[in-house]
Design a protein around this ligand. Structure first.
Ligand SMILES: Cc1cc2nc3c(=O)[nH]c(=O)nc-3n(C[C@H](O)[C@H](O)[C@H](O)COP(=O)(O)OP(=O)(O)OC[C@H]3O[C@@H](n4cnc5c(N)ncnc54)[C@H](O)[C@@H]3O)c2cc1C
Length: 476
């Protein structure tokens, strides 16, 4: 296929296609990398977060043979490890006892609406259908969740299951133990640099750099890309979302997206690259989140004048846009003592750290709080009186934290189909290349439902790993 055909295919493709995917496409095919030392495995997984580990465990358990997972950092975990750990799953039998009526169709419609239909409906449906089984699978590996699902910031519904072990640690523990038992080889400090071709347009493996040098790792059955997002790559953020390029970053340093670019160079289509998710957190230089919006139905967001300016449980992109529209004027998250008491221990600790650092404020009355943070007292009092859910801000003392937007995660990446296969710029799948998690761009569209990061990684990681294990074994 020549460059003109690729360009025509990209232009004719659906509206969610990122407009310059064709710019990366190689006319000549992938390099052969003939001069490098070669290692051969059956399945190669790139990235050691929830997605990569799920893929590796699934491939090994499905009888793939030798499965190698490479991770460029010194330790596995990725953004999964520092995440809040919330996992959205449709599990009616666990939701009904708490008065929650849920279903796959409802979940699909909410994800598509939040994503402004820039997401792929077939892929979203797979996520919704497989979210419950994925949670049960994690439990079968030793992961434990609290029984009651909750609504978290931007999740729009009570289907977020919270792990008992703090943040993302439980996932990485359970999945890495399962990987070890299944015989997966996990190697850290191994960075994938680019894909290598078989000379006929197909992916044969990946060029990997380690402290010992470069080598070509060939994969007899195929490669699963699970290298996360590009939230920590200022250059890519400047390119795709220049308006937020100077914002503080939530991702870990490994989220640099070079393998998303490498996949595009190998012919993959990139989608939704401009969807960069920003959420409120602490200002630059404060390494811990100071947030009062964890339970959106129990707090309010006010502008500098003390007025509510956005629906607190609306889509994340809407809230970020509303804050951005206020320019340099501060926006505040306000919550009462009962709400703060309902947060988990780490979130509470961070709010108290913020209080003692002068970044969060606490006063006995709403009026005193308004005075302290410079709100118009009368307007703020009117806002509280007019709040349709008045009980939200009722029990003293009252808290305020300024909402500084931060780059939280990136929603764009390689296009996948409903079987986690990477789709090329010409609309055809790339043989023997699967992808899962935050390096993919087909799930969230314009705005991610809160709690839809780890489930996306695990659901499509499982599908990718099992598919790679089933692929015919090439003889090199
Ligand atoms: C602060 C924070 C809180 C969050 N909270 C939640 C939450 O509560 N619930 C939720 O669902 N989602 C949450 N998310 C999003 C969620 O963490 C991610 O969507 C999810 O963890 C992605 O998993 P992954 O396996 O795709 O990527 P990661 O977990 O990021 O793993 C990718 C790995 O690939 C490695 N890698 C990258 N490039 C290479 C390379 N070239 N070669 C080798 N290895 C490479 C990286 O170092 C990394 O270890 C949160 C994100 C952040 C930043």
């Amino acid at each position: 296929m020549n460059r003109r055909t690729l360009l025509a295919a990209a232009l004719a493709a659906p509206s969610f296609v990122f407009d310059s995917a064709e710019a990366f496409a190689h006319e000549e095919g992938l390099p052969l990398e003939e001069d490098l030392p070669v290692e051969t495995v059956d399945v190669l997984v790139v990235g050691g977060g929830a997605g990569g580990l799920s893929a590796a465990v699934s491939a090994a358990r499905a009888g793939a043979g030798s499965v190698l997972l490479i991770e460029k950092a010194a330790k596995i975990g990725g953004d999964t490890l520092i995440s809040g750990g919330f996992f959205n799953a449709v599990l009616p039998e666990r939701q009904r006892p708490f008065g929650i009526e849920d279903g796959v169709d409802l979940f699909v419609s909410q994800v598509l609406a939040a994503g402004e239909e820039e997401n792929d409906p077939a892929v979203v449906r797979v996520l919704a259908e497989a979210s419950g089984p994925a949670l049960l699978w994690l439990e079968s590996l030793g992961m434990r969740f609290l029984p009651e699902p909750v609504e978290i910031f931007g999740s729009r519904f009570r289907r977020s299951f919270k792990p008992i072990m703090s943040r993302g640690l439980g996932y990485i523990r359970a999945l890495s133990a399962a990987a070890y038992s299944a015989g997966v080889a996990v190697r850290t400090r191994r960075a994938a640099l680019r894909f290598a071709g078989d000379g006929r347009g197909g992916v044969v493996g990946v060029v990997v750099e380690s402290p010992e040098g470069k080598r070509l790792v060939r994969a007899r059955r195929g490669v699963v890309l699970a290298s996360g997002g590009f939230g920590a790559n200022r250059g890519m953020i400047s390119r795709y979302a220049p308006r937020v390029a100077s914002f503080p970053i939530d991702s870990r340093p490994g989220s640099t997206g070079e393998m998303i670019v490498a996949a595009a160079e190998a012919g993959a289509m990139l989608v939704n690259m401009t969807s960069v998710e920003c959420v409120p957190g602490s200002r630059e230089g404060i390494p811990y989140p100071i947030r009062l919006d964890y339970i959106p139905s129990r707090m309010i967001m006010v502008d500098a004048a003390g007025r509510r300016f956005v629906e607190e449980n609306g889509p994340r992109a809407e809230i970020a846009a509303a804050i951005l529209a206020k320019g340099p004027n501060p926006c505040w998250a306000i919550a009462d003592a009962a709400t703060v008491a309902a947060f988990d221990a780490i979130s509470q600790k961070n709010i108290y750290r913020g209080l003692y650092a002068g970044e969060a404020f606490r006063e006995a009355t709403p009026e005193a709080l308004a005075r302290r943070i410079g709100l118009d007292r009368e307007a703020f009092t009117r806002t509280l009186a007019a709040d349709p859910a008045r009980s939200r801000i009722a029990s003293p003392p009252f808290w305020a934290a300024r909402m500084h937007l931060r780059v939280h995660s990136t929603l764009g990446g390689v296009r996948i189909d409903d079987a986690a296969r990477v789709v090329g710029s010409d609309g055809e799948v790339l043989e023997r290349l699967w992808a899962c998690g935050a390096c993919t761009g087909s799930v969230h569209g314009r705005s991610r439902i809160g709690g839809n990061g780890i489930n996306t990684a695990v659901v499509f990681g499982r599908i990718a790993g099992e598919a790679a294990a089933r692929a015919e074994r090439r003889l090199f």
